[in-house]
Design a protein around this ligand. Structure first.
Ligand code: ADP
Ligand code: MG
Length: 698
């Protein structure tokens, strides 16, 4: 009976192929097996052909895949080939299952999940049938290797002795195998949820096609794997998928529904005169002040336009921003708020939350079988096309430091290790926060020197905001007022919800709450940003170009004087363009106007004054940002070295440090500064200590 049923189903598949897949099978026959090994079947087409058959396939994918493949082997081909090992891969289920919604009911069924590849092992051969050659009599014993541990023969099929055996590779069968870990995409998550993931095993022709960081849709059978060890088995099971198809999702895919209502609301908002203030009031309203930094964060959310040039090169539109400040100034709070409103955002600390850290890593861990190398995507890859909010950026691991330069400018991360050569996309904006090197800012040192990040990296940030925590009576009073109001609003709210007979009226609560509520609700703001990024690609007006050009030339001209430091480099010019585009996007404007240019010039000017200023002369100095050393300081270091050179000639054992410091003081250099610069010279290998407290130049 079962047999008759089998043939019936196989016949049904043959009929389906004849009606729907004649051409595809013809093509497969041409290309099989070198260029193509699988027939891809659209589940929805199967459903149209026979709903029952399609449902059966979903409920018993392993069995029905066998039928489908058998039907393919029996199919009358136009050319004389055999599709012996061809696969049928069913894809395009009408809906996908959320990874966090996978339940026991799904076991053994065909499901489809969407997400981002967090880890991918390299592709390795896996034995499917092992041929054991008896070392005593030479007989081959073939053992099929199904899921689980490696199976060895109990005895030789020829001489019935227990081996010893040797695996005969020529007579064994292998298949390429790879394991992926697919994690929920950031955009599908409500702010703050920890993403969940599922492991997927794939084989043969679909291996090696995707890499860490790719957004994918995987169809396959959900299976269970018992937890615990061989000795102590647990009643709990893990779920995993045997993937039958993996497709890379459209890169622009965004899982956000913007209704016509939403659109109306967004357009109306964009036309309001005080939209920029409203925006600023919508970012971390519980944090007082920092209006300019908040405006910059808004610009970062909207980002500039990514430009594709005729020569195929690309200029990034994403803005990178760094907040550096004394501890306890609200940086972490602001970063966390961004995660609430940025579509596709990732929040992490500089140390990273996985072995991949901020960028990416090739690791050998217990993912895979312990021998395979795994490529794992870090925060900047997972935030591809979104914002990576990285707190305590100064604490990042040394491996990340070097990969970071490429990540920020080229927006890709290359990994080349242990045979893994991959380039991962990281087209994200970085919002970093860091503390000053010595805990708090020292106002007599240039700020750039107090940032524990290398200058080449610092220069890749479009904007750097510094937050110093200096007591100031008026500001402190405002801040206190704000924090007290915020807390009071929270108290009232809690009081009303927790106690049944509250004396406070709803109006009173509403009044206080209103003061600290975001102007534009997070939900709407998120849609606003997504809408603008998808639909608005502004171009510069002549007036805006002129404004920016003049500002830049003016800044540079301060550097034409022989002795003056060069104030800014061309990097800042690109930053200005990006910022101005973002400013236009907020108004949903197709053109960048003069006002946009002015708005961002003001911000850039402010941040340059904060960080690019030589604290000794009060002048802007690009070198402070680009190299971490101001011109005044460079001159001083040069002079010191000359001085050491002079003094060492007078002494056999090198220039005594004390003598150098005395002479430096006579020349008008502060002792503490001179000490600091000598340390620098030593670090740079410009001078060394032949013996204690003596210096020699190299
Ligand atoms: P940081 O990361 O800069 O060290 P946090 O974000 O952890 O600082 O802030 C420490 C605490 O101080 C938080 O509870 C925050 O709400 C409060 N705080 C600091 N600055 C402000 C401010 N300007 N307005 C409101 N609250 C602030
Ligand atoms: Mg912090």
């Amino acid at each position: 009976m079962a047999r008759a049923e089998d043939t019936e189903v196989i016949d049904l598949f043959e009929e389906f192929y004849r009606n729907y897949y004649r051409n595809e099978i013809g093509e497969l026959a041409q290309k099989y097996p070198n260029e193509q090994k699988s027939l891809y079947v659209d589940w929805q087409e199967l459903y149209r052909f026979d709903p029952d058959l399609a449902q059966d396939f979903r409920n018993h994918p392993a069995q029905f895949q066998d039928y489908a493949e058998e039907a393919l082997r029996l199919y009358d081909l136009p050319v004389d080939v055999k599709l012996g090992q061809a696969h049928v891969r069913v894809e395009n289920l009408p809906e996908s299952t959320d990874i966090r919604e996978i339940r026991a009911d799904h076991r053994g069924k065909l499901i489809s999940v969407q997400g981002i590849v967090r880890k991918a092992t390299d592709v390795r051969p896996k034995v499917t049938t092992a041929a054991f050659e008896c070392q005593r009599c030479g007989t081959l014993t073939r053992i099929p290797q199904t899921a689980g541990d490696f199976q060895e023969p109990h005895e030789c099929q020829g001489c019935e002795r227990q081996g010893p055996f040797r695996i005969n590779y020529d007579q064994s069968e292998f298949v390429d195998a790879q394991k992926l870990r697919v994690q929920e995409s950031p955009e599908g998550l409500r702010g703050g949820e920890t993403p969940q993931s599922i492991d997927v095993n794939i084989e043969d022709d679909i291996t090696g096609e995707v890499t860490a960081g790719d957004h994918v849709r995987v169809s396959g059978e959900l299976n269970l794997d018992q937890q615990g060890s061989q000795q102590e088995k647990s009643p709990m099971f893990d779920v995993y998928m045997d993937g039958s198809s993996v497709t890379i999702e459209d890169e622009q895919f965004e899982d956000m529904d913007i209704t016509t209502e939403d659109k109306k609301e967004i357009v109306a908002l964009s036309e309001e005169d005080d939209i920029y203030e409203q925006m600023v009031d919508s970012i971390a309203p519980s944090i007082y002040g920092y209006r300019q930094a908040k405006l910059a964060m808004i610009l970062q959310l909207f980002s500039g336009v990514t430009k594709h040039l005729p020569d195929e090169s690309r200029i990034r539109g994403d803005l990178h921003m760094l907040l550096i400040g004394d501890p306890g100034t609200g940086k972490s709070q602001m970063l966390q708020y961004i995660r609430e409103i940025a579509p596709r955002s990732v929040y992490t600390s500089g140390k990273g939350s996985s072995s991949a850290g901020l960028t990416a890593a090739a690791v050998r861990d217990d993912f895979g079988d312990g021998q395979q190398w795994t490529l794992e995507a870090g925060a900047l890859v997972l935030a591809d096309q979104g914002i990576a909010a990285v707190d305590e950026l100064d604490k990042m691991r040394p491996e990340d430091r070097s990969a970071m330069h490429e990540a920020l400018e080229q927006q890709s991360i290359s990994v080349s290790k242990a045979g893994i050569n991959a380039t991962l996309k990281s087209r994200c904006s970085l919002l970093g926060a860091a503390n000053p090197k010595y805990g708090r800012f020292d106002q007599y040192e240039s700020i750039a020197e107090q940032i524990d990040l290398e200058p080449a990296l610092i220069s890749r940030f479009d904007l750097i905001f510094t937050v110093t925590d200096k007591p100031d009576e008026e500001e402190d009073r405002n801040l206190a007022e704000h924090i007290l109001t915020t807390n009071y609003a929270g108290e009232l709210n809690t009081h009303r919800t927790e106690t049944s007979a509250s004396d406070y009226t709803e109006e009173e609560v509403a009044r206080v709450t209103d003061e600290v509520a975001p102007e534009i609700e997070a939900e709407l703001l998120r849609k606003y940003v997504a809408y603008a990024k998808r639909n608005v690609f502004p171009t510069m007006t002549e007036e805006a170009k002129t404004e920016i050009r003049e500002f830049y030339v003016d800044l540079r001209s301060r550097g034409t004087d022989e002795d003056a430091p060069v104030p800014v480099t061309a990097r800042k010019l690109e930053a200005l363009v990006r910022l101005a585009e973002a400013s236009a996007r907020i108004r949903l404007s197709d053109t960048v106007e003069v006002d946009d240019a002015r708005r961002v010039i003001e911000i850039v000017q402010r941040t340059l004054e904060d960080i690019g200023m030589d604290p000794e002369t009060g002048e802007l100095d690009a070198d402070v940002i680009e190299t971490g050393t101001s011109k005044t300081q460079r001159d001083r270091i040069k002079n010191l070295k000359t001085l050491i050179g002079d003094i060492e000639d007078e002494y056999d054992e090198g220039a005594p440090v004390e003598r150098v410091l005395e002479r430096a003081e006579e020349a008008g250099m502060e002792r503490s500064k001179a000490e600091h610069e000598i340390d620098k010279l030593k670090q740079q290998g410009e001078v060394y200590e032949p013996r204690n407290d003596h210096l020699r130049t190299t």
